[in-house]
Ligand binder design. Structure first.
Ligand code: EPU
Length: 425
């Protein structure tokens, strides 16, 4: 793998110490931004994380005809001009996976949409069959242009229907809500995803005038309305960013207080750290991880849909468990290829054996810094955590992956006593 000239150089081995404010959630923000396409008024989104995925979604909104005014850091106001364009620019849409939410929102708003097939992290096959099934069920004709890499949707009329999802899918649940809130009659989503991001999008749609009921349960009912107007909405704290910092504190034997979090969203993560012997306490909107003087124990981690342990924190758990006492096992049940971090971790001295969707980790006393390469966003976070807990110097490459999902990571970790610097060589 070739190294880009930009890298983060980490001098590991220092315990994390301090207080960190958690940003707005990436996976909520990108869905809310696509939902903006449904408004015929003016929408203010507050507390958006300042990451490249958010910028890309905002660029798409502007390209299809929304006016953007930035009213402060992370506070974006979008105002509808005329009807938006139904086609998103290919170059922007292909950059990130969440652009596929414009399929649903533009279909709902205009009765048609044309969006290039999504990019995003390479963590295994990520089909969109459940999204397309939902669009077809409410009356859209689907044309897949394999050569141009686009999916076009067109409906004479969107009509409520019952859709049964074959698996827990956050993306298809949200996309179906986006399209159905302007359909005639009632749409029922069965076996819907229950992630906090789904609830967040439903709340936002309702604030714009939609009637979405039951988000957060397995059955969501969407009563179609004729018009969606303006509103103000604040992005929820990022449970994955928070969990990443929790793992980093645990891996560096540090003490960290996280503020602006919803502790309930992190119950599975706190429970796993607790099983490993790390003390986690919390109040209404804060969490504290205290990993001083403890060598964590090896544990079993199985990724599951919410409220289970999130797949987006699986690579970070792997980094943390490399130095735990005894054996750990990680079972990945959501994606077929999400052990990309193991290569870099092994290069640093970890003992990891991958067998299908299981990773078996034999805890080692120490890791040693070396050159490591992010292959996707959370793999990058994992290698960064390993570097913070390793002896010597780690050079982390392929930073564009990390920039997609983490804002000012180097600066914020430095404020917590970590020794790292971003350089171009
Ligand atoms: N799936 C299908 N068909 C579909 C849709 C999904 O087979 O039509 C499968 C997927 O291949 C996967 C599983 O269902 O195996 C779950 O996929 P889901 O639709 O829930 O994932 P997503 O909506 O594409 C979001 C996050 C991911 C996160 C997953 C699971 C966004 C933009 N992305 O993806 O976040 O891993 O939910 O929680 O919200 C990340 O942030 O690093 C990231 C990858």
């Amino acid at each position: 793998m070739s190294a880009t000239s930009e890298r983060i150089i980490i001098k590991g081995g220092k315990p994390m110490d301090g207080r960190i404010r958690i940003n707005g959630a990436k996976n909520s923000a990108v869905a809310l931004l696509a939902a903006v396409a449904l408004t015929e008024g003016s929408v203010l989104l507050e507390n958006l994380p300042q990451i490249s995925d958010v910028e890309c979604m905002a660029d798409i909104l502007q390209a299809i005809g929304f006016h953007l005014s930035v009213e402060g850091p992370g506070n974006y106001r979008f105002t509808a001009q005329d009807d938006p364009k139904s086609t998103t620019p290919d170059e922007l849409a292909k950059r990130m996976r969440a652009s596929y939410y414009f399929m649903g929102s533009l279909l709902g708003r205009l009765g048609e949409s044309c969006v290039a097939l999504p990019g995003g992290c390479d963590i295994g096959a990520r089909p969109v069959d459940q999204h397309l099934k939902a669009f077809r069920a409410i009356g859209a004709e689907v044309v897949e242009d394999m050569e141009g890499g686009r999916i076009s949707l067109k409906a004479q009329e969107l009509k409520g229907a019952t859709i049964f999802f074959d698996m827990n899918t956050v993306g298809a649940t949200i996309n179906a809500m986006l399209a159905a809130c302007r359909a005639q009659g009632v749409t029922v989503l069965e076996n819907a995803a229950r992630e906090p991001e789904v609830i967040e999008v439903a709340n936002f749609l309702n604030a714009m005038g939609a009637r979405v009921r039951g988000a957060g349960t397995e059955t969501i009912r969407i009563y179609g309305v004729k018009h969606l107007g303006g509103c103000t909405s604040t992005c929820i704290p990022d449970r994955i960013e928070a969990g990443t910092f929790m793992m980093a504190a645990a891996a560096t034997k540090g003490v960290l207080t996280l503020v602006n979090v919803i502790p309930e969203h992190l119950d599975a993560v706190s429970a796993k750290l607790g099983e490993a012997g790390i003390r986690v306490t919390h109040g209404l909107d804060w969490l504290k991880v205290d990993a001083q003087e403890t060598r964590p124990r090896g544990i079993m981690v199985k990724t599951l849909p919410y409220p289970g342990y999130p797949t987006d924190l699986q690579p970070q758990a792997m980094a943390f468990l490399c130095k735990a006492a005894g054996n750990s096992r990680i079972q990945e049940t959501i994606y077929e290829r999400r052990f990309g971090a193991s290569e870099g971790l092994v290069a640093m001295g970890a003992k990891i054996r991958i067998d299908g969707n299981n990773a078996f980790i034999e805890g080692v006393e120490s890791l040693t810094g070396c050159d490591v390469y992010a292959t996707d966003l959370r793999c990058g976070a994992s290698l960064l955590i390993a570097g913070l807990s390793a002896d010597g110097e780690t050079h982390l490459h392929n930073l564009h992956h990390i920039d997609r999902g983490y804002d000012r990571l180097v600066e914020r970790l430095t404020e917590l006593g970590m020794d790292l610097i971003r350089v171009t060589m």
